[in-house]
Design a protein around this ligand. Structure first.
Ligand SMILES: Cc1cc2nc3c(=O)[nH]c(=O)nc-3n(C[C@H](O)[C@H](O)[C@H](O)COP(=O)(O)OP(=O)(O)OC[C@H]3O[C@@H](n4cnc5c(N)ncnc54)[C@H](O)[C@@H]3O)c2cc1C
Length: 488
């Protein structure tokens, strides 16, 4: 037995060994360490008790069947041991980060596409199927997956549903949660729940919705029936440069009000780049006549708001390169142990953060102005502004150089200066998140709460948090299912 696994309750370990094939129980230290973190860097999570998290779990289980997941959860329930579902480990909020005593259930062993029906436009995929593998499988049937995030080459079906992720083509096809037609879920007491794969029912509330964006805190998704789409007859690209972010925002807002839904809608500004441009990248896809009509009307709107036509090349390059960050992460970061991933710190040095906020469209420009004032006062630069997939989904990347501690100050005061500097940057980030909440928006639109945002969950949910806690208690009476996540 590997060192470190010994601390585990021997009765539970022995019960796991009886219930499961040997090869799905991973006790080797490296296997366990590889599941000790996801894509949240500890530097972005200063509100988190770092002694309690990012711990090497006692045991990892790599099940290959729903019954195995159910067996592990039942045993964990009997032994009151936390269980953490783990997909691709690409979540950026720490949703899959385990406490030490946890059993991590890595769903990547459940990687079969169970069925694909072009007629029903539905594919049943197990939770551990990587999104790009699912897309490749349905393409064989002339179909495609609607959820297309940067992390397509590494994220799993179960993880994407549990964070209700948003991808490049969400403007047309919706978020990952919108793709869900039915779910198979292992509840925190070990029972298996399966819903019917029809797109609309009026026979009671939707159970699927309960598990979408639930970060594995209410149950483990083992399979999902997902809406899939016929491959588009045609795809066209366009890009426009605007004299200001405000002008670009008005163009996007007008397009959405009219009902235009280019598959990719991205308005981005990089204020500190030389020759800063506000660029709107559009990709239209679908049936031929619709693509032509969308292209024509979107161009009229963009030009009407002062946009300059940049031609298709920029948008075509954007399309080709769109999974590059995910590919790079897969090659460079995924082979490393989670604790080794963040040694280099923020890619541009100093402090950095990205905020993905949902705001009422009417508040976006006011929010931007107020955020600029907060950042200017705190010496924080805004490296990027973006609207991604809808006028309401507004993102910013913020950065600040780290203070240089004076070497003559000696260790402790230099260290505390650095600590203060880090905390003051994080406070700016939190002020920006709180501002979004105060304007009636949400602090996050695609990555979840996890550990990173748990300290703001009470503020986000308000009195509704109690209702969520009651649901959690009803389904998970012993609080074993990914405890400490989702802010509940
Ligand atoms: C380079 C990069 C690019 C990214 N781009 C995007 C993007 O474009 N859009 C976007 O929305 N996000 C993006 N992300 C974030 C991340 O990829 C998504 O949050 C993704 O949906 C997480 O999937 P995963 O399989 O890696 O989940 P994990 O990180 O393994 O888990 C995420 C959460 O879901 C839970 N979970 C995992 N599997 C299950 C299951 N089967 N049942 C129940 N709960 C489960 C975990 O416990 C955790 O709480 C990016 C991340 C990186 C590193």
């Amino acid at each position: 037995m590997a060192q470190g696994a010994i601390a585990m309750n021997p009765a539970l370990l022995s019960a796991l060994r009886q219930a499961l094939p040997t090869e799905v129980i991973l006790l080797e230290e490296r296997d366990r360490e590889m599941r000790s973190g996801d894509a949240l860097s500890p530097a972005r999570a200063i509100h988190v008790d770092q002694e309690a998290w990012w711990q090497t779990p006692e045991v990892v289980v790599l099940p290959t069947a729903t019954e195995q997941v159910a067996a592990v959860v039942k045993l964990a329930c009997q032994h009151r041991t936390p269980v953490v579902p783990f997909g691709g480990g690409t979540g950026v909020m720490g949703g899959a980060v385990p406490p030490r005593e946890a059993i991590v259930i890595d769903l990547k062993g459940m990687n079969r596409v169970r069925s694909i029906s072009a007629e029903d436009r539905v594919a049943w995929a197990e939770a551990g199927v990587i999104l790009s593998d699912l897309d490749a499988a349905v393409q064989q049937h002339g179909l495609m997956v609607g959820h297309d995030p940067w992390s397509t080459p590494i994220a799993t079906v179960g993880g994407a549903i549990s964070t209700d992720g948003v991808g490049y083509r969400a403007a047309r096809y919706g978020s990952m949660g919108d793709q869900v037609v039915a779910l198979e879920v292992v509840l925190p007491t070990g029972e298996v729940l399966r819903t019917r794969a029809v797109p609309k029912r009026a026979s009671g509330p939707s159970l699927e919705r309960l598990f979408i964006g639930a970060e594995g805190a209410l149950g483990i998704i083992t399979a999902a029936a997902l809406r899939v789409f016929r491959l588009p007859e045609e795809r066209r690209f366009a890009a426009f440069a605007f004299p200001s972010f405000e002008a670009g925002f008005q163009a996007v807002s007008e397009m959405f009000s009219l009902g235009l839904r280019p598959a990719i809608t991205d308005l981005t500004e990089h204020p500190d780049d030389e020759g800063d441009k506000v660029v709107m990248v559009l990709t239209y896809e679908g049936y031929r006549e619709e693509v032509a009509a969308q292209g024509q009307r979107a161009a009229t709107i963009a030009l009407g708001h002062g946009g300059a036509d940049l031609g298709p090349a920029e948008a075509e390059a954007y399309w080709r390169e769109r999974h590059r960050p995910g590919e790079r992460f897969k090659q460079e970061q995924m082979p490393l142990l989670p604790r080794e991933r963040w040694r280099g710190g923020w890619p541009r040095g100093g402090h950095g953060d990205y905020l993905d906020l949902a705001l009422p469209a009417s508040c976006v420009l006011d929010y931007r102005r107020q955020a600029q004032a907060i950042c200017a006062e705190a010496g924080v630069s805004i490296h990027e502004y973006a609207l991604w997939t809808a006028p309401e989904l507004y993102s910013m990347i913020i950065t600040r150089a780290a203070v240089e501690s004076n070497p003559r100050e000696g260790g402790p005061s230099g260290a505390s200066l650095k600590e203060k500097d880090r905390a003051s940057f994080r406070e700016v980030s939190d002020r920006l998140l709180r501002l979004a909440q105060d304007m009636g928006g949400s602090m996050e639109y695609c990555h979840g709460i996890g550990l990173r945002l748990a300290h703001l969950a009470e503020r986000e949910w308000g009195p509704n948090l109690e209702a969520v806690r009651r649901i959690k208690r009803a389904l998970d009476p012993y609080d074993i299912m990914n405890p400490g996540k989702l802010g509940v």
